[in-house]
Design a protein around this ligand. Sequence first.
Ligand code: SF4
Length: 400
Amino acid sequence: MDKNWRDWKWQWKNSLKSEADFSRYFDLTDSERQAFQQTAHLFKFQTTPYYASLADGKNPEDPIRKMIVPTIKETNQGRQSQWDPLGEGNHSPVSRIIHRYPDRVLFLITDMCGVYCRYCTRKHFTGNDQAFPKSKEYSEAIHYIKSNRAIREVILSGGDPLSLSDDRLLKVMEDISAISHVELVRIGTRMPVVNPLRITEELVNMLRQFHPVYIMVHFNHPKELTAEAGEALTRLANSGFPVMNQMVLLNGINNHEAIVQALSRRLLKLRVQPYYMFQVDPSRGTDHLRTSVMDSRKIQRELWGRVSGLMMPNLSLDIPGGGGKVGFAPDYILFESDEKIKFRGWDGIEEEYVNPRPDHIKKPDITEYLEEWQTIKSAKYGSGTKSQAIHHLRPEASLF
Ligand code: SF4
């Protein structure tokens, strides 16, 4: 092992980016070799040596390998296939900002990632060598947030914000925290998974000045929870960052209740809240990695009640085209009327919940909270603002 293995910058500099690089770690199959030659224009290949070392290089079915090594299946269009499955281009009022919900925005602060996940939702933007916004784009994005008082949360995303240097991040955090109506920042990152050495003392000491800062991590499989990842997560939790996990259910990789259970239980022990369990978006080239909503709901039903609520990630999908998030919960209702609802619970017990009389319901005094609520309720946001803001949208690739 190289003497610099534990240096995150060494991991970054020595990333695997080509067929030859990947061949050093993996016995590539014909399908994988063809993919390196035929899909390079569709989506970048890249992983840190650390993350590659978690995979079994001899087993094409290894779950880590399937997340980072391309296969020729990426050229299949499949049953549904879109460059921008979340319709982000339609909700981008200025460059790098996605404003889909009234009280929060996504700020795409870089398009670079530590690895390029084969199932990525944002293939239209990620990995296009745009890196940090140009200075005009950056000022316009900050100005947009400043001018919209309904925006209470800024979600730094991309790309992976923690691929930026500490100095760059410091500047971004200073600029956002100077906006008085922004109450918290979320940072969406896969670095604790793919390059956990990035979570240095210096980084957490810098970011903790701006609390509340939520860290949204993205572990998909218990194999990713190594000693190094555990150290990174502990460092974050010890420094007061709420850490939440967003996993994606991936076909043949983690779409089984036993795996979701193992991942959630280990995360919770590390003080990470299993938050979302997403359906893969129908992003181009991901059909072979998608699982059905029925399969995902079955996983949810198997876990519901058997594991604690704290361990239960919310099953959710984004309506393709930008329709927003939809959550699922098992349906235990047998019968419903104005008077009562009858349930059969997760382990078969049947009982009723009887409503109080309708004239018994009264609303509390909301004077103190009304203005704040109206700001959110009447907020103008992205809808209908189709713009050029997410530029460098990949052109329709000839393969499809
Ligand atoms: S880290 Fe996130 S943005 Fe980057 S390739 Fe993976 S899924 Fe896409």
